[in-house]
Structures are given as structure tokens and as C-alpha cells.
Ligand binder design. Structure first.
Ligand SMILES: C[S@@+](CC[C@H](N)C(=O)[O-])C[C@H]1O[C@@H](n2cnc3c(N)ncnc32)[C@H](O)[C@@H]1O
Length: 200
């Protein structure tokens, strides 16, 4: 995904200047600011976390009393603090939920995912893969998110995205699609935000 974020647009330059590892950090900053999705002291799972821009911002938002558990297939440079840990794993790894919960000291207040498939150029394939990835992340969230918790996941728009949205809807008090301003023009990507997780 690295290359995707290396285009030298204004958000990229701002990210470099402010020391964030990705321009994606601004998308989360906009959502988190507007939606109050992450609070001081929260225990958070960052799914699809490399190179680490979201994790950097999350550590600022949760503060010393909070915890951030990050997962990615790709390696990620370490971040400071014993309230942060990184797992280099596939999000579908069945061993993950227990390990994340052990580190967090219980279920998460928030499960976030900026995970995206490698794009192929075929909108049809990319949308289907993105939808499948959100299903994978939601399966992880069902095992790790507390009742009443918040879920945020990137998804590509289209019919597959709509289908996933409908699948998730019964599990949340409120489920919405949002498109942060820092999203690149012409991009299909959206985020689904679920508040008030109902559990099983
Ligand atoms: C857009 S990048 C995330 C950027 C990150 N939020 C940041 O601010 O630095 C998407 C990431 O999702 C990861 N990813 C995609 N599928 C995954 C999977 N099945 N398991 C773990 N990570 C995955 C990719 O390796 C990639 O690093």
C-alpha cells in the first residue's frame, strides 16, 4: 500500500511535516474528531495498521491509560510505549482475538480498520475483495469488541459494499457510511461507522 500514499499531495506533505507515517492519519483525525470515535483511556484495535499513521494518532488519542493493538500482514517499524503492540499477521488468523484481548486486558472499546486489498484495477474485483476484508474484520470484531463499542472500517463503494453494510446493520445501534475530506478525489473508498455494538 505504501506507494499509494507516496503521491506528493497536500495531505502527504502535511503528514511528512507533522511526522505521521501516512496521509491516512488525517482521514482518521477527521473522523475521530467529528464522531468522537476514540477517547482517552480507550482500548483500541487497529486492523491493517502499516505503515502506522493511524497507530501514531491513536496513541495520542488514547493517552497513557489507553492501549493500541495493531495488526498487519506487512512489517511495521516499532512505536514507543508499552501500551502499544504490533502483530504481523493476517486478520483472519484464528489465534488473534485471544492474543489481542490478552494484551488489551479485555474487550476493545473500538475496532478500527483501514485494511485494503491490493487493487487490481478491476473495480468489480477490488470491490468484492474489499467487502470480503470487511467481513473478516467484522468477524474479528465480533470476538473482540465490547457491547456498546465502536467499529470503523474502510470499504469500497458499490453493490458488494452495500451488501456488507446490510449484513452489519443489525449489529449496531447506529450504522453509517462516511467519507472523510482527506480521501483522494475519485477514490471509491468510504468508511462504515458503527456505534453501539450489540454483540451476539
Ligand atoms: C491503507 S493501508 C493502512 C494505512 C494505515 N492506516 C496508516 O495510517 O498507516 C492498508 C493495510 O492493510 C493491510 N492488509 C490488507 N489485508 C490484510 C489482511 N488480510 N491482514 C492484515 N493486514 C492486511 C495491508 O498490508 C496494508 O498495510
Amino acid at each position: 500500500m505504501g506507494r499509494m500514499y507516496e503521491r506528493k499531495d497536500a495531505w502527504y506533505r502535511q503528514a511528512k511535516k507533522e511526522g505521521y507515517r501516512s496521509r491516512a492519519a488525517y482521514k482518521l483525525a477527521q473522523i475521530a474528531g467529528k464522531e468522537k470515535a476514540v477517547r482517552a483511556g480507550d482500548r483500541v484495535i487497529d486492523a491493517g495498521a502499516a505503515p502506522g499513521g493511524w497507530s501514531q494518532l491513536l496513541l495520542e488519542l488514547v493517552g497513557k491509560r489507553g492501549r493500541v493493538a495493531a495488526v498487519d500482514l506487512l512489517p511495521m517499524d516499532p512505536l514507543p510505549g508499552d501500551n502499544f503492540r504490533f502483530w504481523r499477521r493476517d486478520l483472519s488468523d484464528p489465534a488473534l482475538p485471544a492474543e489481542l484481548a490478552a494484551f488489551l486486558g479485555g474487550r476493545a472499546d473500538v475496532v478500527l480498520s483501514d485494511a485494503a486489498p491490493n487493487t487490481t484495477g478491476s473495480a468489480f474485483t477490488d470491490q468484492a475483495r474489499s467487502a470480503e476484508l470487511v467481513r473478516t474484520v467484522f468477524a474479528l470484531a465480533r470476538e473482540t469488541l465490547k457491547d456498546g463499542g465502536t467499529f470503523l472500517a474502510k470499504i469500497f463503494g458499490g453493490a458488494d459494499g452495500d451488501a456488507v453494510f446490510a449484513e452489519l446493520k443489525p449489529f449496531f445501534r447506529e450504522l453509517r457510511r462516511i467519507r472523510p475530506e482527506a480521501t483522494r478525489k475519485g477514490s471509491f473508498e468510504l468508511y462504515v461507522l458503527g456505534k453501539g455494538f450489540k454483540g451476539d
